[in-house]
Design a binder for this molecule. Structure first.
Ligand SMILES: [Zn+2]
Length: 427
């Protein structure tokens, strides 16, 4: 199964007609409902909208919300009487960001903290890729919490035996075990299947073709996509032959070649490039005052000039650009590991977006990867764009990220499902 644009289009059409009805009701004074409808309406006016739709970027526009969803988007919209009006002159609104690759915590309390921290940085949805041993991610997915990002989950990822990684992954050594692992995950209600195909620097035998082929076939039979942690080009080729749906990292051992591109043409996989550190000294002052000065100092000390890191980045940047130019659907994913010491970095999406621009993508293409494309991959019909009928998940920015991608960091406000996120401090 591939990501399914048709299903998405159908659901979108249904949402659009519902929104059109809502608009009609709000314009009808005679039915006596105008007051209650208008009370739900909020208009952001005189604002630049990066819609992430075919309408592109609209200047001096209005974003009209009806409760938790978007009612109208565009220039020259007549704001109904009684609506709350917010003058957002000079600001830019983008859809809330979607991180297709993270690892969140297992207790409900710590998971909600992760999701609230993500929301502060403009992340509206995150996919937890393969460490969910508890039910917390499933519960919060089914009952989202205000002020927190929404979550999808791959349950427990599937890998070959790797000593030291016993708790979360399901170890398999035969195709039958692979199919069982998929069925267990599907029974739990996962949104997608995660696999690791990596020998971790020659330390372990990795998941081989008969095993991952069985996993992919079983996942597709259950209508689930498979996203693969991959490192080497040879494995990426095997995964393409087996019909994998997405790479949860780029190819990291060598430049991709013509044979890979031919396989890609036959199996148009989705790529989350998840670029490594750029090997440059980095200024983290933009995190103040949400992050403590001591923490910022630690981050800056950890970032330094490193030629090997730079070469590793450049290799993955070349591979990303070649797939991007080929037309591969590129999505944002950070691999942020809240469950790992030192991995609790809810701001990672902003670093990743800057890295993708440094790799050679345009700021607009990067915003699309972080919004519309990620929603398309995760089959989220109500998120990823500013369009009528969509969930009111968006970020108000002081600066224009199309001029400079680091302007995604100039967050004035975050709205999730129509409600402003409390950004006074980082939970
Ligand atoms: Zn990961």
């Amino acid at each position: 199964m591939k990501h399914i644009p048709d299903k998405r289009a159908n659901r979108l059409a249904a949402l659009l007609s519902a929104a059109a009805f809502g608009l009609y009701a709000s314009g009808s004074a005679a039915d006596g409902e105008q007051g209650s409808t208008a009370a739900r309406l909020t208009a952001f006016e005189n604002v630049r909208l990066v819609t992430a739709t075919n309408l592109g970027t609209i200047e001096s526009a209005t974003l009209l919300l009806d409760g938790n969803s978007i009612l109208q988007v565009g220039a020259g919209i007549a704001v109904p009487a009684g609506a709350r009006r917010i003058d957002a002159q000079g600001k830019t609104i983008v859809p809330a960001f979607i991180d297709t690759h993270a690892h969140t915590n297992q207790s409900r309390e710590s998971l909600l903290r992760d999701l609230r921290r993500l929301a502060v940085f403009g992340v509206g949805t995150v996919a937890s890729l393969g460490v969910d041993t508890s039910d917390a991610a499933f519960d919060v997915r089914d009952q989202p919490v205000d002020g927190a990002a929404r979550i999808l989950t791959a349950g427990r990822g599937i890998t070959a035996p790797e000593v030291g990684r016993e708790t979360a992954p399901i170890w398999i050594t035969s195709p039958e075990e692979g199919r069982d692992a998929v069925r267990d995950n599907v029974t739990r209600g996962v949104d997608l299947i995660k696999i690791w195909v990596d020998d971790r620097n020659d330390r372990y035998p990795k998941l081989d073709s008969p095993l991952y082929s069985a996993v992919i076939a079983e996942a597709h039979a259950s209508n689930r996509q498979v996203t693969a942690h991959v490192f080497e080009l040879s494995d990426a080729k095997g995964l393409l032959r087996a019909g994998v749906d997405a790479f949860a990292h780029g190819i990291r051992d060598r430049d991709i070649d013509d044979e890979f591109m031919q396989l890609l043409a036959q199996n148009p996989v989705v790529l989350n490039p998840n670029l490594p550190a750029r090997g440059v000294a980095t200024d983290y002052q933009w995190l103040a005052p949400l992050v403590a000065a001591t923490e910022i100092e630690k981050l800056e000390q950890a970032s330094n000039r490193d030629a090997d890191a730079r070469a590793f980045f450049d290799l993955q940047a070349r591979n990303l650009l070649r797939m991007h130019r080929h037309g591969t659907l590129i999505v944002l994913g950070t691999d942020t590991s809240f469950d790992f010491p030192g991995g609790d970095k809810p701001w990672s999406v902003h670093e990743e977006m800057a890295d993708m621009v440094a790799a050679g993508m345009s700021p607009l293409d990067v915003i699309l990867a972080a919004t519309r494309n990620a929603a398309e991959f995760l089959q989220l019909a109500d998120r990823g764009t500013l369009a009528p009928g969509m969930s009111a998940d968006f970020v108000v920015l002081e600066g224009n990220p199309l001029d400079d991608i680091t302007n995604t960091r100039t967050i004035a406000a975050v709205y999730l499902r129509g409600k402003p996120v409390d950004r006074a401090e980082l939970p």
